[in-house]
Design a protein. Structure first.
Length: 138
């Protein structure tokens, strides 16, 4: 069995963003030479997420509104974690959206359902963060 590891780096200028990272993951898959196996993609930071869904701007807009209702950023004083910080909501948003995704690799391609894409979700941006891509297989 072969193994491949690569880190992707992102610095989002805004507090929140959803970035389609499917092209970067596909590039990693090509670099790996693995034809059948699994790819794990996860952010290596506790205020970011990786998830799979449709690349549709209306959906991303709805996610932003929904997440803000569930874990509003302000007032920051509502969170005990925010003593000296202002990102408790980002931790909660990450928990809701999930930590990582695992996708099957079949014949050298990500084995997706219709419309599925991989996204990096940033909930406390404005600094450099990384995403791990780990691929195992043959």
């Amino acid at each position: 069995m072969k193994s491949f590891r690569k880190e992707l780096w992102f610095q989002v200028p805004s507090r929140r963003a959803f970035i389609n990272i499917t092209p970067e993951v596909n590039q990693c898959l090509e670099e790996s030479g693995i034809r059948d196996g699994l790819v794990l993609v996860n952010p290596m930071h506790i205020t970011a997420s990786v998830f799979i869904n449709d690349d549709e701007s209306g959906l991303h807009h709805d996610y932003n509104l929904w997440l803000e209702r569930l874990a509003p950023h302000e007032p920051v004083s509502q969170y005990r974690h925010n003593v000296g910080e202002d990102n408790a909501d980002a931790h909660m948003k990450r928990q809701i959206m999930g930590r990582e995704v695992v996708v099957a690799v079949t014949h050298g391609k990500l084995d997706f359902g219709t419309w599925e894409q991989i996204f990096y979700g940033e909930f406390d941006g404005r600094r450099r963060k990384r995403v791990l891509v780990k691929i195992i297989g043959e």
